[in-house]
Write a protein that binds this ligand. Structure first.
Ligand code: ADP
Ligand code: MG
Length: 247
């Protein structure tokens, strides 16, 4: 579903990514793990069009998307969320999802259609899917942090992605919120047959959810494999999973 070949990103002489090869199979829940500063967010930004790669190529479902702009990628089936929460805080949860649906379907608001009737059922259905049915009328900025992340998932799903990239979906969450979002992500991935590529620092979360893993260290993958293979890799133990990071 997603092929990354020899990807590199240079910031003013510093290679944040170099020689990154990554194959994400259709239907996988593929985790990218690695220490802080390893280049995980940079990799996601280079894949999703927010950064132009310095070298290499990215292919989505057989189409070359290297350096393509984010809005074109979304139309091609790419969805993503960010490490920081990314909703419209002044709008209600319902209006957030409705706006995302409108943007996806490229319908312009006009003077003849009452705005609040557009995609009403679809918006409610998406909110229900992420567990926010009751929160539809609440202003997004007043929702608990975990709920804002659930809302962000609904926004990503509005564009009906084939591939969903989640950058640290549990960042800043309480243990309970982490468990809830974990169950939600797994359920949505299975129900929709999504291909999921995600980063995460919580190793318990990673090993509970990932079907494949890539370990990134100083901008370059040092291992790919199943969670078992990665857990048992001596190289990974030595460089990353040992000591305080032990899973
Ligand atoms: P991770 O997400 O794995 O913690 P990042 O991708 O955020 O790592 O960062 C990788 C490295 O690239 C870090 O050393 C970071 O300081 C550097 N970096 C990230 N973005 C930029 C940027 N826009 N300009 C310069 N350096 C950057
Ligand atoms: Mg990051």
């Amino acid at each position: 579903m997603l092929e990354v070949r020899d990807l590199g990103k240079n910031f003013d002489g510093f290679w944040a990514l170099s020689k990154v090869d990554l194959t994400v199979e259709k239907g996988a829940r593929h985790a990218v793990i690695g220490p802080n500063g390893a280049g995980k967010s940079t990799l996601f930004n280079a894949i999703t069009g927010y950064l132009k790669p310095t070298t290499g190529s990215v292919t989505l479902d057989g189409r070359d998307i290297t350096g393509a702009a984010p809005d074109r990628l979304v139309r091609g089936g790419m969805g993503r969320s960010f490490q920081r929460v990314n909703v419209f805080p002044e709008l209600t949860a319902f209006e957030n999802v409705q706006s995302a649906l409108l943007a996806h379907h490229r319908r312009l608001w006009d003077f003849f259609t009452p705005g609040d009737s557009l995609y009403r059922d679809e918006a409610q259905a998406l909110l229900a899917q992420v567990g926010l049915a009751e929160d539809a009328p609440r202003v997004a900025g007043t929702l608990a942090y975990g709920k804002q992340k659930q809302l962000e998932l609904a926004l990503s799903l509005a564009s009906e992605p084939k591939v969903l990239l989640l950058d640290e979906p549990t960042a800043g969450m309480s243990p309970q919120e982490t468990m809830d979002i974990l169950a939600l992500i797994k359920r949505l991935q299975e129900e929709r047959g999504l291909t999921l590529l995600f980063t995460e620092h919580d190793m318990e979360f990673v090993f509970a959810i990932a079907t494949r893993m890539t370990v990134l260290v100083q901008g370059t993958p040092i291992a790919h494999g199943t969670p078992e293979e990665v857990r048992n890799s001596e190289e990974v133990q030595r460089v990353y999973l040992g000591g305080e990071h032990a899973a």
